[in-house]
Write a protein that binds this ligand. Sequence first.
Ligand code: GAR
Length: 204
Amino acid sequence: MTARIVVLASGNGSNFQALVDASEAGTLDASVVGLVCNRSDAFALERASVKGVPTTVLTPEPGEPRPTYDARLAAVVGAMAPDLIVLAGWMRLLSMPFLGRFPHRVINLHPALPGQFPGTHAIEHALDAAVLGEIDHTGVMVHFVPDDGVDDGPAIATAIVPIEPGDTIDTLSERVHAVERTLLVSALRETISDAPWRAGPGSS
Ligand code: GAR
């Protein structure tokens, strides 16, 4: 059964693009049935338009409590009947009014290894640590999001990314992003073949 994937993204959308490309190429048994962005200026929206993927922009209201926004988000995403929801550069924390509705179905991509550099600017933090001589590599992980922990949850796949002497934020970011696009697709391929969400209570 082809998996229905909904992607949540806030920015560039290169990983959204990788999922759409792999689905179209038949290397991932999936269909990206929707893209939801929390920002109307997210470049991911333009990528979706080119590919004909339906989009929704859901901007938080000024002062809107997180659980209220997340309940609205859950309604929008639930209407798309996703098998899996992929956070691909989704730069908002999600709370239980969203996550509780989609157990075993929410997957996050993060540009660091488990337990290292959660939150924003993970690649910058890794480069800073390398300059201090504390680390010589960083990495990428794809993991389930069972609760409101930040870039935390059971790992599906990880990959190490070396930090080279003389790396700048641009060279390291490029190396990390190249690994991310491959790892995200392969992790989803594994998840879809294992199909853990089919044991769950459903998405609607
Ligand atoms: C990726 O590097 C992803 O790992 C990161 O945002 C970038 C999105 O790139 N996510 C996080 O940092 C989550 N904490 P993209 O918009 O080109 O897919």
